[in-house]
Design a protein around this ligand. Sequence first.
Ligand SMILES: Cc1ncc(COP(=O)(O)O)c(C=O)c1O
Length: 382
Amino acid sequence: MKLFDVYPLNDITITKGEGSFVWDDKGNKYLDCYGGHAVISIGHSHPHYVKAIETQLSQIGFYSNSIHIPIQKQLAEKLGSVSGKKDYQLFLCNSGAEANENAIKLASFYTGRNKVVAFSKSFHGRTSLAVAATDNKSIVAPVNETNNISFLPFNDVAALLEYFKQYGNETAAVIVEGIQGVGGINVASTDFLKAIRTLCDEYGAVYIADSVQCGYGRSGKFFSHDHAGVSADIYSMAKGMGNGFPIGGIAIAPHIQPKHGMLGTTFGGNHLACAAAMAVLDVIQNENLIDSVNETGEYLMNQLAQIPELKNIRGKGLMIGFDVDDEHKGLRKNLLHKHKIFTGEAKPNVIRLLPALNIRKEEINILINAIKDEIAYLNNLN
Ligand SMILES: Cc1ncc(COP(=O)(O)O)c(C=O)c1O
């Protein structure tokens, strides 16, 4: 059997990681400013994380959700305390798409309605509801097409008001990323998130904060929506939650009450995934990673701002994007192949920086020097 070829690959085989560095099979060392697609929160192979998973595995790796799994409760409690959402309830699953799928489904159960608002340039995952709420027609299969989702312009309060005036009473949910990731690092404005909160309250709809990429401390607050001072009804999360171990979840406000059988999963919340997620929260807490994100994020932003060729630098914490013009569009590839630095991209010309939350200033300096070198090289070519 061969692999189903859906990923355009870089010709690189990573075999080892430590902190913000990874190594390939030829012994080359790379700086990881991409976090394996915003997944690596506490750094590669953090010793506390490795030990927690090993210890759990030597006891039990999996048993079904039909028995008590105390580590799920411990995780819920710890997540409540680290995120500040103490009275929320946690449902565990395995990925970001699943988290959003369950969030939208739950909103629909709760409200008895079927209309959902999503926004231009959104990305919510590839399962049926999540992909239907994703603003990219090329990944929506005919079977996923639905009239239940309406796309409104991102950060447009007037369009939102207009929509709610007409359809508010039929609307189950609004799903919004606090900072759009795949869409190119677009920060939701405070006014916009406040308007979503107000309108959801007024019309009885559910505010779903997709925090799969921008959550878990990456923005310098636990949830990026916290910057706007609003609370969502459901937060979806995944990526940074397990630092690479597959786990996702939704944090659900107390007014949304569960019923047996309403949601369910075989693997979600298994012992091993919970051990990984507990270890991540331990490290976020013990190493004050959210403070560290604010400090290093500001440093990174300031350093980038001194490079005039980088345009429209934006983001929060360690979720940063900037545009490059056509002259410098080789920058990302050259950073990878010449300087051995992974970064992310968004089409057509955005570079995304999504490093581990504990990246150090000296590691950021490696990135900045490489960008400066490469820009000078590209300037000379033109
Ligand atoms: C904001 C957001 N939501 C959902 C997802 C889907 O997550 P997953 O790939 O784990 O299904 C992603 C993935 O990039 C994402 O960035």
